[in-house]
Design a protein. Structure first.
Length: 165
């Protein structure tokens, strides 16, 4: 008789165990599904960011290709820059700088002019034009160090631009 009482108890324990096991399997499945979805979202964000960066890089490249102010050598660009500053054409002079520094240098030149220091500013740059500089290892940058530092880079269209004085 005891054996008959234990069988329904055993069945009840088995049912509870199977219910708990099934609940665990469902929870693990939901967790794994959420993790997969979260990973997919992250990959999608990375892909969107990569596409946006590529688009920005392509636009920047097109802007550089379209920018034709400058010379075929760093020295030619520096000479063109000096001539524009001497003429007081600071808008033109600023265009010999890389795109991201043009507005900054236009303002700098106007300020130098207002202080009456254009020739004081230009004299060491003219001297720099007479000195040898050196190319970077990849030949895409050029620097003059004496008496003032002047740095250049070549744009994709073969035009040399000033990156800094």
């Amino acid at each position: 008789m005891d054996n008959l009482k234990e069988k329904p108890k055993f069945k009840k324990v088995i049912k509870i165990f199977l219910l708990i096991l099934l609940s665990c399997i469902v929870l693990v499945g939901l967790f794994l599904t959420w993790q997969a979805y979260d990973q997919w979202r992250g990959q999608k964000r990375v892909q969107e960011l990569a596409e946006a960066m590529q688009k920005a890089q392509d636009e920047w490249h097109q802007m550089q290709v379209a920018d034709t102010y400058g010379g075929k050598t760093p020295q030619e660009t520096l000479n063109m820059y000096i001539e524009a500053v001497e003429k007081g054409d600071y808008d033109l002079a600023s265009k010999y700088f890389v795109i991201e520094k043009q507005e900054e240098w236009k303002g700098e030149l106007i300020e130098i002019d207002q202080l009456g220091k254009v020739m004081t500013f230009l004299n060491p740059i003219k001297e720099a034009l007479e000195n040898k500089g050196e190319y970077s290892e990849n030949k895409k940058e050029f620097s003059i160090y004496d008496p003032v530092g002047v740095d250049f880079m070549i744009y994709p269209n073969g035009i040399w631009k000033i990156t800094g004085i």
